[in-house]
Structure formats: C-alpha cells, structure tokens
Design a protein around this ligand. Structure first.
Ligand code: 173
Length: 541
C-alpha cells in the first residue's frame, strides 16, 4: 500500500477501501456548496460531489466521538466529511457519509480538516465515480415530518416568539428539536428562566408623551436598533441547512448584534463573510485546554472584525440534557473495533465538548485581556459576588446567564441575579464600570423591558431564533425580530417611556422575584412514572 502524492494522483474508491481499520484508516471528505435554500437530500442528489481523502489513522484515538464511528464509515465505504475542531490536543474530526450528512455536517464547519490536520495526511482528490454508493436507509418518521412541514401555519400566523417554538417542535428533525430544546436534568431552570419574568410586575407611569418611541441603544459601544442580541447557540445546521449565516442575514436586516458561537456549524469565516455593511458581531468563546488554539481563535476573530469576546464560564463540563441524549447521534452498533467504546450516549453537545478546559479560572482572565483588544465579557455569571470579582478582574461586562437552563438545574434565573446585582453595584458606584447583560427565557418585549428597568444593557435571545430559523428560515427569524420590535414599541408607550434611557427600577415591582416558593414547575417526570392507587370499579361487598 503506497501513499500517493497529494498533487499528482486522483485516488480511486478502491484505494481508500483498503485502509479501513485502526492500523490505517483513510476517509473521504466531501466538500460541496449548499445552494441557497435547498435541503440536504436534494442538494446531494443534484450536486456532483468532490471528494478529498485524508489519512486519519493517528487521529482515531483522539476523536471525541470515539474511533469506532470513523471506522464504521471507513469500512462501509461511505464517504466521510470531517472537520477538525478545537478539541483536546488540537482537533476533532467528524464524519459525513452520504446518509450521515444531516447528522454530521452540523458539527463540522467546512474548513476544519484543512486547517488542523497535518498536510502530510492530506492524500489528495478522489474520483467519486469510483466510490461505491451507499443506499440510504428509510427513516420511518421522515414522511410524517414532511407532511407536518407541508401543513405548517403561514408565517404571518405566528404572532409571538412562542408560536415559532410550537411550529418548530412539529417540523424540525428530531435530533434538532432534541438538541435545541433540551436543558439540564428536570429542566426546572429552563422553565424558571421564563416564568421568573412573570414574578415582576409593571408600575407604569401615565401622561408621558409617547408619540415617538425610540428603541435604539448601544451595547459595548455599538449602536443597535433594539436592546437584544442574537446570542450564541451551537450547531446551527441542525435546524437549517445553511446554519448560522441565516441568523447573520436576519440580524443585518434588523440592525441587531449577533454573537458567533465557538461551536457553530459554519466556520467563523463564513459567518463573518455573511456580514453586510457595518454590521457588528461578537465572539462567544469556549476555552480550549490548548491555549494556543484559543489564542488563534480569538486573534483571528479580532482580525476579522469581531467587537466583543464573550467567554463562557458556566460550562467547565456540559450539563446532562436527557432529551438530547435520547435523540443522540446513533452509531448503530458496528463492531469494527471491538473493545473500544464509542461514546455517542451523551447527546450531540456532550460528544463534542471534551476540548473545553475545566481548569479555567479567575487566574486566566488577565491572559485574555493580554491577547486581545476586544472588550472581554464573562458569560454565565450567576451570583453578585462573581459580578464584583469580574469587575475587579478587569472584565468589561458580564452576562448573567445559566446557559438557557442547560447546565446546573435549579440554578437561579439571570433576571433574578440581575435584581440581586444592580443595587449592590450601584451602592458601590460600580454600575458604570461594566455592562451587564442577561439571557434566558426572554420571549416577550415585556421580558426585555423588565431586564432593562432592572439595569441590564441588553438581553440575549437564543432558542427562539433557532426555532424561527428551523421553521421558516431567514424570513422567520426576521419576523420574530419584527414582532419583538412591535411589542416593544407598544409596551414602551404603555409603561410611559419614550426611550430606552428612560427605563428605570421604579417602573417595576420585583419584590416577588426572589420568592421561590410558588410557581415551581410540575415535576412531569415523577408524575408520569408514578402509578397512583386505582380504586376498583366496584367495591367488593
Ligand atoms: O449548550 C450547548 O449545547 C453548548 O453550549 C455546547 C457546547 C459544546 C459543544 C456543543 C454545544
């Protein structure tokens, strides 16, 4: 078996097939462009795919999803698409066979393999006509889903952000819904995030001239049309074949800021390239155990124009999301490498999160400040003590967040932490030293306004835009944003404020916010497992 020179040889499928075990494993990666607004299966049928082969033998043991899954595809002759990403020891690869596209493309931005796999492992192009075709298995649930897609409500029938969630639940692929909608353990924090807003009541002021209402504000020095930003959410291509760039385009339409996730399906460059005009983006950062990788990501993002660095600090380990675990990426028991476990049991996110450094600590904050001029914001702060620490560590901001309820279940809502934080910052004269953001559970403009009244600069919104994107694409996201603007304009009039600067704590009653004794969500899990005593139909005589 020879190693062909990358430049001169077009490999044949047969060449690759021989390298199908842990001793020598070659894979074929398809690189192809997705035409605008097509779906995977159509795209694959229409576009002749171009293959590139890689030798991933040495990488097998490092693959966060286990080596078995790679070998499975190597053996079954399916093509793989991979991408090395920010994993432990420099990279991870994921695969994309013809029928694995939907499962694996979301996890692998298109530039990763070329970027991170040593050039000597790039074997060259493959003549795809010589590669055996894999017959796609029928997914028994797909027909039903397509029917629901056909029957989904008109976009104009969606009147609020929760409507998109209801539609998305019916029309999204199960893996996408499982991954996006899941949260940690009993999902109590996720529900609390939204219901906490219901424990805040307005104290509107009357007889204020609100003919013209100004919703604009600035966040980290950037002017934007309304005080929310699209927060970072991973794996955008699970919900839409084009992924995060759809959010970029909608954010441009509405002049709102987008936070780019480390774990995007699109590459950072693709998301940056999708920017128009003076549109502003921030970078959300997962810190790699290998700080050189992190430094490269940060400095690359800065060179490409990102205007803020949001370091996620609430995820030294990813929370258990059981819904996601149940709709995990399946490696249906191939046994090509006996003795080596494939850890696909933990759901989409956990399988690919092993690169995150659990040793990240306050000691690291100065280093981040030293490698970038972007403002540094800590995302996922959950108590006032840590807000104060962030100020003293020189952070430019914090996001009071519990990661959409996806990390520590029964952690408090961001809005509650905000109400705890701001009076103390004010008492110490620190309120202008940092910008305070909140995310989690924002579904209505009233939620956003409450956060602003309590002192937030802006709020992050994540899932609702994914649902809007999954259900209706870019138009859906744009409508979701428009609905928030419409709601906010009306709410501002009704509370008696003509501009965002006028929002202040006297306009809300948040006394009940700290009470955790009511509104505990029904513990659905234990309810449905518990079999109550059923009285006999007829009492024995
Ligand atoms: O919440 C998440 O799912 C998340 O943040 C994540 C982290 C690492 C990989 C994928 C997703």
């Amino acid at each position: 078996l020879h190693t062909p020179s990358p430049t001169t040889m077009a490999l044949k499928g047969g060449d690759i097939e021989q390298h199908n075990d842990a001793k020598s494993c070659w894979v074929i990666i398809h690189v192809f462009e997705l035409p605008f607004s097509s779906f995977f299966n159509l795209v694959i049928a229409k576009n002749p795919l171009k293959g590139k082969a890689y030798d991933v033998t040495e990488f097998l043991p490092e693959h966060p999803g286990g080596s078995k899954i790679i070998l499975k595809y190597a053996v079954s002759n399916m093509t793989l698409s991979g991408q090395l990403q920010f994993a432990s020891h420099s990279h991870f690869i994921l695969l994309q066979g013809k029928d694995a596209t939907e499962e694996f493309e979301p996890i692998h931005p298109p530039d990763t393999l070329d970027k991170y796999l040593d050039k000597s492992k790039h074997l060259g192009h493959v003549d795809m006509d010589t590669v055996a075709k894999e017959v796609k298995e029928e997914d028994p649930e797909e027909a039903g889903r397509l029917e629901r897609v056909d029957q989904k409500p008109l976009l104009s029938q969606c009147y609020n952000l929760l409507d998109f969630e209801a539609v998305a639940r019916r029309v999204m692929k199960k893996t996408a819904w499982g991954y996006y909608s899941s949260a940690a353990d009993d999902e109590i924090t996720m529900r609390e995030n939204h219901s906490a807003f219901h424990r805040i009541w307005f104290r509107p002021q009357v007889l204020v001239d609100v003919e013209n209402v100004d919703l604009t504000t600035t966040m980290l020095g950037t002017k934007c049309s309304i005080p929310f930003y699209v927060t970072a959410t991973a794996l955008g291509k699970l919900g839409h074949p084009e992924g995060e760039v759809v959010l970029t385009r909608a954010a441009h339409t509405h002049d709102v800021i987008q936070m780019i996730p480390t774990m995007a399906s699109c590459s950072l460059d693709e998301i940056v390239d999708a920017r128009r005009g003076d549109q502003v983006q921030w970078l959300q950062l997962y810190v790699n155990k290998d700080r050189e990788i992190t430094r490269k990501i940060v400095q690359h993002a800065e060179r490409r124009g990102c205007k803020g660095l949001f370091i996620t600090v609430d995820a030294p380990q990813l929370g258990r999301r059981e819904k996601d675990m149940r709709t995990k990426f399946t490696d249906k028991g191939s046994s090509v490498q006996s003795g080596q476990d494939t850890d696909t049991s933990q759901g989409a996110a956990r399988a690919i999160s092993s690169f995150i450094d659990p040793s990240l600590s306050w000691k690291d904050v100065p280093w981040f400040k030293s490698i970038t001029k972007m403002p540094v914001i800590l995302k996922g702060v959950q108590r006032v003590e840590d807000v104060l620490r962030a100020v003293h560590a020189g952070a430019d901001g914090v996001v009071l967040s519990n990661h959409g309820g996806r990390q520590l279940d029964t952690a408090r809502s961001g809005i509650e932490v905000l109400a705890e934080t701001m009076p103390i910052l004010r008492a110490r004269g620190l309120q202008d030293r940092i910008e305070v953001f909140v995310d989690g559970g924002v579904r209505r403009a009233t939620d956003m306004i409450k956060a602003l009244c309590l002192g937030a600069r802006g709020v992050g919104i994540g899932r609702p835009f994914l649902y809007a994107m999954g259900a209706y694409g870019q138009e859906g996201v744009e409508r979701a944003m428009q609905l928030l603007k419409d709601e906010m304009e009306m709410d501002m009039r009704l509370i008696g404020c003509a501009s965002v600067q006028d929002l202040n704590p006297s306009l809300v009653d948040a006394k009940g916010l700290f009470s955790h004794s009511n509104s505990t969500p029904v513990d659905a899990l234990s309810h449905s497992v518990y079999d109550p005593l059923v009285p006999p139909a007829q009492r024995p005589k």
